[in-house]
Design a protein around this ligand. Structure first.
Ligand code: ATP
Ligand code: MG
Length: 492
């Protein structure tokens, strides 16, 4: 074991948030050993900005609770932990763990329960990578390094503690962690890991709960290195385990969305991990929608059913929470609305809660070469930055183009086979209003009276007489209506 001087490796108490110092101090004051461990120490040493700080102690979760009282909650069954709330921060406090007892592992060697308390020496060996097993005591200004982790930090190598095959068996999620840290830190994966990590080992992930896999997939999507991690997921056969039905193929759309997500994270913008699920599953959704359209479902129903099917299938691998599912389906549904909006709905669409995500999605599709967006991503992009007057004339212009397009489609439809997509369904432009003036009412009453007198003849005429090409109905000329002056009313 090496005791390193913290200051020599860029660690200083000044770089720590007050919450983690408070936790370490409170536990030390109560007579326990307490350290900062894991990603926080690792990232500080690498000059990165740690996401959070985890603490480890020789106090049991119940003893931690006794120290922090109501500010502490004990969580987890498989892996019991204390959550300590300091102001707005949450600090995870783990207890030193010894190797698990035999009876709590599954037939495949997976650890089902890991709550066997131990010493710091036992605890370090239970951790995953050497670089995640350094113990920092900020008040003493020292780092305890039991496995020469500092050499791996310097050579940028990801090394699993112990036998990699056994460590993957114990917890297959370590495979995901391997790829995540390799991508996030730009570390190389050690030879020992590469020797055992392949498509076959990745199949162990089937035994991991889909809830845990969803959490892990979120970490993969939000660490800011999607562009690096996606090819790794495919190469190591992990993709197949996480997203069974999605083709392991980085389409231009997926690649661009990954790049965009990484850039957003880099500049500190928020991202919704469900958005990337919407991207990944988009092709499957389109295919499934087509399947239902071929079966004769109307487009809206086909989309709704396809959305349900696709998400249900994905949930057998990673359980997407209900709110995220709703988000994904709304983003997909927005695609139809944004592609072919009714002019009078444009304004309200732009202020819809899901507009931003739907629009981003549409623009990414467009920029990655999807011609089906018909340049509407670009249209909405410009529209959003217009003044109210400009918006009004943009809508009027859009309306004229839309009418023109529909006329064209309608004449095409008349000549050719029926088209099944919703965008080409022609709706009536104007609903003919019944003329309700007194004169019109009188004229109508007169018409009814005459027709009732000659009722029998009329019936006979319609049922017995064939309409030949001299019939007046076929001689009627089609009058072209000028639709420029038609005003859209609320009925549409
Ligand atoms: P980050 O928080 O940046 O994602 P981290 O290394 O802190 O990375 P956590 O999931 O917060 O990751 O875990 C904290 C520490 O707990 C890790 O550094 C590691 O020492 C240990 N650990 C976490 N998951 C495992 C695991 N599956 N097997 C062994 N040790 C683990
Ligand atoms: Mg952490």
């Amino acid at each position: 074991m090496h005791t390193l001087r913290a200051s020599k490796y860029g660690l200083s108490i000044k770089k720590l948030p007050p919450s983690i110092i408070e936790v370490i101090d409170a536990l030390s004051k109560a007579g326990y050993e307490a350290y900062i461990v894991g990603g926080g120490v690792r990232d500080l040493m690498l000059g990165l900005n740690p996401k959070d700080f985890d603490a480890v102690t020789n106090a049991t979760p119940a003893q931690v609770k006794a120290v922090f009282g109501r500010r502490c909650r004990i969580i987890g069954r498989r892996f019991e932990l204390a959550h300590v709330y300091i102001g707005r921060d949450l600090i995870e406090v783990a207890t030193f763990r010894a190797p698990p007892k035999k009876e709590v592992t599954s037939a495949q060697g997976m650890i089902l329960r890991d709550n066997n308390w131990g010493t710091i020496e036992q605890d370090f060996a239970r951790r995953d990578f050497s670089i995640n097993a350094m113990y920092y005591q900020p008040r003493k200004g020292i780092v305890l390094d039991f496995c020469n982790a500092i050499a791996d930090i310097k050579s940028k190598t990801l090394r699993l503690l112990g036998d990699p095959a056994k460590r993957f068996e114990e917890d297959p999620v370590r495979m995901l962690r391997t790829l995540r840290f390799a991508a996030k830190l730009d570390f190389k994966i050690s030879e020992e890991i590469l020797n055992v990590f392949n498509t076959e080992t990745a199949m162990l992930l089937r035994d991991v709960s889909p809830h845990r896999l969803y959490d892990e997939s979120q970490k993969l999507f939000t660490m800011g290195q999607l562009q690096r991690i996606l090819p790794l997921l495919i190469d190591f056969g992990v993709w197949k385990q996480l997203f069974a039905d999605i083709k392991p193929n980085l389409t231009p759309f997926i690649t661009l969305a990954a790049k965009n997500t990484d850039q957003r994270i880099q500049v500190g913008k928020t991202i919704n991990p469900a958005f990337f699920y919407a991207v990944l599953l988009w092709e499957n959704f389109l295919e499934r929608t087509q399947f239902y359209l071929n079966k004769g479902l109307v487009p809206a129903e086909a989309r709704a059913q396809a959305g349900l099917d696709i998400l249900k299938r994905q949930c057998t691998r990673t359980v997407i929470p209900r709110f995220a599912e709703t988000f994904i389906r709304e983003v997909w549904e927005m695609q139809t609305r944004l592609l072919n909006p009714k002019p009078q709905q444009i304004e309200s669409l732009a202020s819809h809660a899901r507009f931003r995500a739907g629009f981003d999605f549409l623009l990414l599709r467009e920029k990655s070469g999807d011609v089906n967006t018909e340049d509407m991503g670009y249209w909405w992009d410009i529209y959003q930055n217009m003044s109210t007057d400009e918006k009004e004339s943009a809508i009027a212009k859009y309306n004229r183009q839309r009418v023109k397009k529909r006329r064209k489609v309608s004449s095409d439809v008349a000549e050719e086979v029926p088209v099944s997509t919703e965008s080409s369904v022609i709706e009536p432009l104007v609903v003919e209003q019944e003329n309700n003036s007194r004169r019109a009412r009188r004229a109508k009453a007169k018409r009814v009276a005459t027709s009732s007198q000659g009722n029998t003849t009329a019936v006979n005429t319609s049922s017995n007489v064939e309409i030949d090409d001299r019939h007046p109905i076929l001689k009627r000329k089609r009058v072209q209506r000028d639709l420029k002056h038609v005003v859209f009313g609320p009925t549409q």
